[in-house]
Design a protein. Sequence first.
Length: 186
Amino acid sequence: MLEKPGTQVGPRFCHDAPMSMDHLDRMRPAFERRIQLDPEGVRDLLASRVDSGACGVGVRIARKHVDLAVAESNRKVYSPVLSLELEADGEGTRLYGNFAPAPALWTFFLFLYAFLTFVAVVSLVGGGAQWILQHPPWGLVGLPASAVLAGGVYLASQVGQSMGERQMHCLSDFVDGALAGIPSLT
């Protein structure tokens, strides 16, 4: 289970390996866990479990990768996806989990950042050319404007992440429930 910022995740989520999950301070919170079950067993266990709890969880599997998402009926624009990478690790599996927005939303935010970067570069080049030609460098107005808008995009991502916090808890509880009783590797 995820904890509040500044606290350590206790044994329930990461078993013997507590780690910081200051998820509101990070764009894409992550965790790592090692368990005594082969990757195929972990995939089968997650695939066989149907969550009919408070948020419902859908599972998509592709080789060493498992995506967990909130059920379509409960999904919002800000709903997170938990991507799990499964790697064979000696006598068990190294499970690396990464919370992120849905791929379409992630792409949209990436596009916004790319567009604002483009505007900043064009403003810098245009304003610099105006300044060199000893004209008023009004083109530089786009530079602080794009910086302010990029800050707004970042704040919007943080608001969306905090709105999806309950669903992040649901996804992590799903993984905890599915893997309950499987010993961890130290």
